[in-house]
Design a protein around this ligand. Structure first.
Ligand SMILES: NC(=O)c1ccc[n+]([C@@H]2O[C@H](COP(=O)([O-])OP(=O)(O)OC[C@H]3O[C@@H](n4cnc5c(N)ncnc54)[C@H](OP(=O)(O)O)[C@@H]3O)[C@@H](O)[C@H]2O)c1
Length: 282
């Protein structure tokens, strides 16, 4: 079975390709092979290869830059997604689209379910929500996977950022007023793989289980990696002063996924341990 992975050289895309490769004939496309902002090109190229599965990891993911590049964010995350969804509908593929916890405003106090109302506070979140709306409107065989706080071996991520600051012996300042679920790209890829042969449709929340703040995550990363003696200081989002507003609470409720797959996502702590093991092994 042919599976087209868009954004295949991104952090999640690379892991997905690796995990799907034994069972699928993978077409790993990134910006060099297809620009999803171009409607005609997207349709023509996808129709030509006629995949049975399309997984869209292509996105404009720099959350802060989206604030000053609103048009580009919407062009890629909303219009680009629409083009892929239309092409997917045309070739009757099973379409898996990646979305984000940042579609929520973070005012909840219990984990977000798929049917909770989104209310994004950032341009990134708004553009991703518009992408979701297009996917649902176009219909066809589709899944929208909302995930969060990704890290993986093949991409710039929070874990590596903390480790490099620790190695430089710097004081590490990390926000302690945003709560979420760090998620290992390998676990997410395995879960997506499990959903592909199913007939289920619509939105799924999918993260490693459990939650923490970025500060707690940083402490755990240092502990797990054996760094000692670095000063880690909790700060507020206001102190950090990032351009894009992030949700204070963006824990996603995985129960729809767990019920349907009969599989529980492991805890973020267990996943992080495996990330470090695989990092050592290479
Ligand atoms: N990272 C997270 O914490 C996180 C959390 C929640 C949800 N997500 C979602 O998960 C998905 C994967 O995220 P990720 O972190 O793996 O992203 P990533 O590493 O930034 O990968 C995205 C890929 O898409 C490519 N791309 C950008 N514009 C494109 C275009 N017009 N046409 C084709 N390809 C294009 C990028 O190429 P260039 O690098 O050359 O621009 C990049 O290779 C995204 O949908 C993201 O919104 C991510």
């Amino acid at each position: 079975m042919k599976a087209l992975v868009l954004g295949a050289r991104g952090m999640l895309g690379q892991d997905l390709v690796k995990i799907l490769a034994p069972e699928y004939e993978i077409i790993p496309w990134d910006l060099a092979e297809i620009d999803i902002t171009r409607e005609k090109e997207t349709l023509e190229k996808i129709v030509k290869v006629r995949p049975q599965v399309i997984i869209n990891c292509a996105a404009y993911t720099n959350v802060d830059q989206c604030e000053t590049h609103r048009d580009q964010a919407f062009l890629v995350n909303a219009e680009g997604t629409k083009h892929v969804a239309l092409a997917s509908y045309t070739v009757k593929a099973r379409f898996v689209h990646l979305s984000t916890d940042y579609v929520f405003d973070g005012t909840a106090s219990i984990p977000y379910r798929e049917d909770n109302s989104p209310n994004p506070m950032s341009v990134y979140g708004q553009s991703k929500l518009q992408g979701e709306i297009y996917v649902r409107k176009i219909g066809g065989d589709h899944l929208i996977i909302r995930t969060a706080w990704l890290y993986g071996p093949r991409g710039k991520n929070f874990v590596e950022a903390i480790l490099s600051q620790a190695a430089e012996g710097k004081q590490i300042r990390v926000v302690n007023d945003q709560q979420g679920s760090p998620t290992f790209t390998r676990d997410l890829s395995q879960a997506i793989k499990g959903l592909l042969p199913m007939t289920e449709q619509g939105i799924f929340h999918l993260t490693n289980s459990g939650s923490c703040t970025w500060f707690e995550f940083a402490l755990h990363i240092l502990e797990e990696s054996g760094f000692k003696g670095n000063e880690v200081r909790p700060i507020s989002s206001k102190e950090l002063g990032r351009p894009a507003k992030r949700p204070a609470y963006s824990i996603l409720d995985n129960s729809r996924y767990e019920q349907i797959s009969e599989n529980k996502m492991r805890s973020w702590q267990e996943a992080l341990k495996e990330y470090f093991n695989s990092r050592v092994k290479g």
